[in-house]
Design a protein around this ligand. Structure first.
Ligand code: Q46
Length: 299
């Protein structure tokens, strides 16, 4: 198997692009795909400071690495979730990466700011841990981006994440979540008082598969947390990912077609304002965006 670009020995095959790459050309391919998404989708400009949400996993660390390699002013944000040893190990991996790359990192400890971690928040609010965790992460990302003056927040969601989430939303006809599936979610002011609101959110890896990001991380010796969060066990999204992987094996390109086609052709027909998050207001106590009249942190 030869590299499509330089004809050297290929180390990875990407079936859906009918391509194979050597390490150097693969790295170039990943950087180009991210740069293309950033420019073509109007995510941010070269001089814009970007806050990157970094969990310590392969996707977010690889995204941060790629943005730094492309010369973007990318600062990492790690929210320490307080999920025992898993959270400690995730923070350590993130801190080690930041110091090895000489990159700026903001670490936000939930236990310091709220006095509790995700397990206690889930218990107190009687919600499944991942539901409470998702809300608190969105809340923290937005709050810290605003506090430090960032106008854009980038997350490491890849093609597999988005296609699996879309499959779940379509299977359960959860139309209300479809507007969060875009690669760019525009900043929005509070619909009632016109103040504050949501910072712009972008997903520069939306055209890249999980397997490609794992390969990028391994090839470039990025030391990421391999262990899964203990709460991920039995998560439905893993079942959807497995189903899509099975389809992808039989027909390469299925995941990409499914996600990108629905995104381009179908969602805008259903929702003319797609790309702007809806159904939110400012919390009466802290001013952060919330779907009820009290934000996740205040509740
Ligand atoms: S960290 Fe949080 Fe995930 Fe753990 S509690 Fe669930 S949502 S599984 S990405």
């Amino acid at each position: 198997m030869k590299c499509r670009r330089c004809r050297a020995k290929a180390v990875i095959k990407i079936e859906r692009h009918h391509s194979a790459f050597c390490k150097a050309c693969f790295n170039e391919h990943i950087l180009k795909q991210v740069e293309r998404a950033v420019k073509k989708d109007g995510m941010f400009d070269r001089d814009d400071p970007v806050l990157v949400a970094v969990s310590g996993g392969k996707d977010s660390l690889a995204l941060w690495d790629v943005l730094l390699n492309l010369g973007h002013r990318a600062t990492g944000l790690h929210v320490a979730l307080g999920i025992g040893g898993y959270s400690d190990a995730s923070r350590e991996k993130t801190e080690r990466f930041a110091s090895a790359r000489g990159a700026k990192l903001i670490v936000h400890h939930l236990r310091e700011s709220l006095g509790v971690g995700v397990p206690e928040i889930a218990e107190k609010s009687s919600r499944p841990p991942c539901s409470a965790c998702g809300t608190i992460k969105r809340y923290s990302f937005n709050q810290i981006a605003r506090q430090y003056g960032f106008s854009v927040l980038a997350t490491g969601h890849n093609l597999d994440d988005e296609a699996a989430r879309l499959l779940g939303n379509v299977l359960h006809w959860q139309e209300e979540y479809l507007d969060k599936q875009f690669a760019v979610l525009q900043a929005a002011r509070d619909p009632v008082n016109g103040r504050g609101g949501l910072v712009k959110k972008v997903k520069p890896l939306y055209r890249l598969a999980e397997r490609e990001m794992a390969a990028y991380a391994v090839m470039n010796r990025i030391d990421y947390i391999v262990e899964e969060c203990p709460n991920a066990k039995g998560a439905k999204i893993l079942v959807y990912k497995e189903a899509l992987n099975r389809l992808e094996e039989e027909a390469p390109g299925t995941k990409q077609n499914f996600y990108l086609s629905i995104l381009k052709r179908w969602i805008p027909r259903l929702k003319p304002d797609s790309g702007v998050e809806e159904n939110w207001q400012s919390c009466r106590q802290c001013g952060q965006p919330t779907s009820t009249n009290a934000g996740a942190g205040c509740r």
